[in-house]
Design a protein around this ligand. Structure first.
Ligand code: AHR
Length: 342
């Protein structure tokens, strides 16, 4: 029997609770969003002249380069830093949580002005965030959240991951008339994004008794692992599957390769839906191999540096900003691919 990677219910509740996102919230309606802006932690004490953006040093701990999304996210932040004359110290965590913790501890020792974290895992950050707070360095979270008290960071900018999973589930229900035997390719299990995309999807398909997840396993958000996991699951469930839900486009693209290698037609014999809406996903949709993708916009650079500018000036920033997205189907792909920025 194959191994299934489940995120435990306890972990899900802990992460959803910490991020104030209920599975029932729709996009942009979470409690944290509607709350009045709270002052950022670690802002300049009154009386001290705030620095200009061109005078500050920002330490950025990035997850790694596991996906096309991540590469676009790094590029957007690096380009924006350069445009605004900000000195950015970039640390590639290579998808290892401890690398990221060590990088952030290094930024604290150096005494950077602001720390930006795109956390690979959502747990295990509290001691480091407490250290940053003690040192008076504001922390901005981007791309994923952490399981920690809100006063330990200034702000978080993420997509509504539950909404994304729900959109994928509802789209698949419509496409298959509520009859689907599904392989789910899960992202990194300790990341809030994987827990929430799983939860949103499960909530949507629960309304359809003939939609079942036959196997759910992590492909760690990479194309290589998505392909390998799909190969294993396809041979374990020969002839049983008619749909794939991948938590990101890269895993979907890997799965598409595995489906073709098994002599089947992705997009026809097996319906494929994923999340991100990166250019390679549009190419696969134009070729008819991917059916739909839910957009998760990685271009956080401009918003990130607008926010950092406010923080260094001592202005209040919202605790959480939701980056909006939309669903793209393969029928729209040819006409929209030219305008995709990532
Ligand atoms: O945190 C955002 C997710 O991480 C993206 O959907 C995925 O592609 C990336 O690896």
């Amino acid at each position: 029997m194959h191994r299934q990677n489940h995120v435990s219910r306890r972990a899900l509740l802990a992460i959803l609770g910490a991020l104030s996102i209920g599975a029932g919230c729709s996009r942009g309606e979470s409690e944290a969003d509607s709350a009045a802006p709270k002052p950022a932690s670690g802002t300049e004490p009154a009386g001290k002249k705030p620095k200009k953006l061109s005078e500050i040093v920002v330490g950025f701990s990035q997850t790694g380069a596991e996906s096309s999304w991540r590469i676009a996210h790094s590029k957007s932040i690096q380009e924006e830093a350069e445009k605004r004359g900000v000195q950015l110290l970039f640390a590639d965590g290579q998808n290892v949580h401890n690398n990221q913790v060590n990088a952030v501890n290094g930024f604290i020792t150096k005494g950077v002005d602001v720390i930006v974290i795109a956390p690979q895992e959502s747990v295990g950050w509290k001691p480091t965030l407490k250290e940053a707070k003690r040192a008076g360095i504001p922390v901005v979270l981007t791309s994923r959240g952490v399981d920690a008290e809100e006063d330990l960071y200034a702000t978080v900018m993420v997509a509504d991951f539950v909404w994304e999973g729900r959109q994928a589930g509802e789209w698949l229900a419509k496409q298959t008339n509520g009859k689907a035997r599904i392989i789910e390719l899960v992202g990194t299990p300790a990341a809030d994004v994987a827990v929430m995309r799983k939860a949103g999807f499960a909530e949507a398909i629960a309304k359809h008794p003939d939609m079942k997840v036959i196997a759910s396993q992590s492909g760690d958000f990479t194309r290589t692992k998505g392909k390998a996991v799909m190969e294993t699951l396809l041979s374990a469930h020969k002839g049983e599957i008619n749909a794939v839900y991948a938590h990101n486009d890269d895993m979907a693209l890997g799965a598409i390769q595995a489906i073709q290698a098994a002599g089947l037609k992705p997009g026809q014999d097996i319906v494929v839906v994923s999340v991100d809406a990166v250019k390679p996903a549009f190419e696969a949709m134009v070729e008819g191999k991917l059916n739909a993708t839910v957009e998760c916009n990685p271009l956080h650079g401009p918003l990130l540096f607008d926010t950092i500018e406010k923080i260094v000036r001592g202005e209040a920033v919202p605790k959480r900003t939701v980056v909006p997205g939309q669903v793209f189907e393969r029928e729209q792909a040819a006409s929209t691919i030219g305008s995709r920025a990532y």
